[in-house]
Design a protein around this ligand. Structure first.
Ligand SMILES: [Fe+2]
Ligand SMILES: [Fe+2]
Length: 258
């Protein structure tokens, strides 16, 4: 079911939190409409294609989709690429590091037909024309993918932060975080293992503070609502040791014979 998280005039932002069923990790998909234009973020794979398509159809025309936008290349992000290319006229936007890899997800008979529709975003990010506004693609490399982007909607003041801020919670995925301290345990293990290093956490947090963020939506788990809650996250994240900060020789050993 679509939840409207922002609405002003003909600019609307919808969040889907409950479309993955079965074994797949719970994932959030963001959908933004600006007048007759629309953009979909991290649509996921085959588990979500059908329910997402139906949920979007209730609030907008699938044919009118301008962009399918991927934060990175993971299996929970974009394997439904072939279907979005086949059944819509949307362009697919992704880090330029993954632009040449994504055609591996497309059947051979479609390759020629979709030429020019997978567009690589440069490492430094971009401002993407979207209706009478922009979507700002922000560098988020090594958080966690080597070619990783987050996306900011300046109208709704919404940051879609991909796997950054993700939490693993059993229920109430559609509820904002209310007690940050209590929520840390839902995020900590994931971020320590999946994020690159404290250096990139700090660089990213400093960039995010240049923006006016009212809502931060991660790709998994609960969103962060209000400037104070977003700042709670930034302060936690910029001091987090993670990824290569935490490894030593004991993590790189040839497994012993039994
Ligand atoms: Fe990921
Ligand atoms: Fe993810």
């Amino acid at each position: 079911m679509a939840e409207t998280i922002f609405e002003a005039g003909d600019h609307k932002v919808y969040l889907f939190t409950d479309l993955v069923t079965g074994e797949g990790i719970q994932s959030n998909q963001l959908f933004i409409v600006n007048g007759s234009h629309s953009a979909l973020f991290d649509p996921g794979g085959n588990l979500t294609y059908q329910p997402l398509n139906m949920a979007i159809s209730k609030v907008s025309s699938i044919k009118a989709l301008d962009y399918v936008i991927a934060t990175h290349q993971d299996p929970d992000i974009i394997p439904s690429l072939d279907k979005w290319l086949m059944y819509t006229d949307a362009k697919v936007l992704v880090s330029k590091l993954w632009e040449r890899f994504l055609p591996h997800l497309i059947p051979a008979f479609m390759i020629e037909k979709v030429q020019g529709r997978i567009v690589g975003i440069p490492d430094k990010g971009a401002r993407i024309k979207f209706g009478d506004s922009n979507i700002i693609a922000l560098p988020a490399h090594f958080l966690h993918s080597v070619g990783n982007l987050h996306f900011y909607d300046p109208v709704g003041k919404i940051l879609f932060s991909g796997d950054v801020g993700a939490s693993l919670v059993d229920k109430d995925h559609d509820k904002p975080v209310d007690d940050f301290e209590a929520h840390v345990e839902n995020m900590e293990g994931f971020h320590k293992r999946y994020m690159g290093s404290n250096k990139v956490c700090r660089l990213w947090a400093s960039m995010i503070r240049e923006l006016d963020v009212e809502i931060m939506v991660p790709q998994h788990g609960r969103l962060f609502q209000g400037k104070a809650m977003v700042e709670n996250f930034l302060q936690w994240f910029e001091q987090l040791e993670c990824g290569i900060d935490l490894v030593d020789q004991s993590d790189y050993r040839v497994p012993k014979r039994k």
